[in-house]
Every structure is written in C-alpha cells, then in structure tokens.
Ligand binder design. Structure first.
Ligand SMILES: [Zn+2]
Length: 136
C-alpha cells in the first residue's frame, strides 16, 4: 500500500490516513488536519461566512425586495405623481409630450400637459422598472 509523509507531523503514514483533495492526497494527515480545524474553528467559520456573503448570488426574491425598496425610496423622494411626472418629462424632453392651453381650473390660460401624458409617464416608469428587473 502507498505511504506518504505528513508535512505537519513528519510521520510516514498509509495513504488512507490522508484526506483526498481534488483526487490527490492532502499534504497533511487526517490527524493533523483535524487538529488544525479544531484549533482554528472560529477563524475558518469567519472566513467561510465572509466568503459566502461576498460571493452569494442575489436570488430573484432578494432582487425584487431590493427593487421594491428602491421604488419605495424613489416614491418617497418624488412624493407625489406631479413631481414624478416632472422628473420623467425633464429626463426625456425629446419625447413628443402633448400640451394644450388650459381653459379652466387653476392653470387656466397656461400651457399644461394632456391628461394622457400622465399615463404615458406611468407606462415609461413601468417599462423601465420591468427592464431593470430582467437585466440587473
Ligand atoms: Zn500529520
């Protein structure tokens, strides 16, 4: 049977006393490896936890939660539909926003956006939200 010398304790041991790592025997024997893991349990766990948190993929559920939080935040920022509308129209002045002169109401005599433009704005917000959900 194959024998191997452990790099930690320096004792020559049988192959089955070494753990396999990607098809190859580890340099340290099972005994030494166990001692190492027992001694450094907290440090190893900490490293694993850190690795997990830095490499974990966002699940769809988490993605939705994050985007919902972003939307909530944006809503709080814009506070009402009027300012959201202002934001979108400012962002896309090239869009053929339709306007007319108000005949009645508080904006009488002033140029205002057609009511259906609010729907166009909402559609834009929904489309952008949807594409973000799919692409991010
Ligand atoms: Zn050893």
């Amino acid at each position: 049977m194959d024998k191997k010398t452990c790099t930690k304790c320096g004792i020559e041991k049988l192959a089955h006393e070494f753990k396999l790592n990607r098809g190859k025997l580890r340099a340290d024997c099972k005994q030494c490896n166990k001692e190492y893991r027992t001694k450094n349990k907290t440090a190893i766990l900490k490293k694993k936890t850190e690795y997990y948190h830095s490499h974990k993929k966002e699940t769809l559920k988490q993605k939705i939660a994050r985007l919902e939080a972003e939307i909530k935040c944006l809503k709080e920022q814009t506070n009402n539909l009027e300012s959201e509308f202002d934001y979108v129209t400012t962002l896309h002045p090239e869009f053929p926003w339709k306007r007319h002169v108000a005949k009645t109401g508080k904006s009488q005599g002033q140029e205002v956006y057609n009511a259906e433009m609010k729907d166009a704005c909402d559609s834009w917000v929904i489309c952008v939200g949807g594409s973000r959900l799919l692409n991010q």
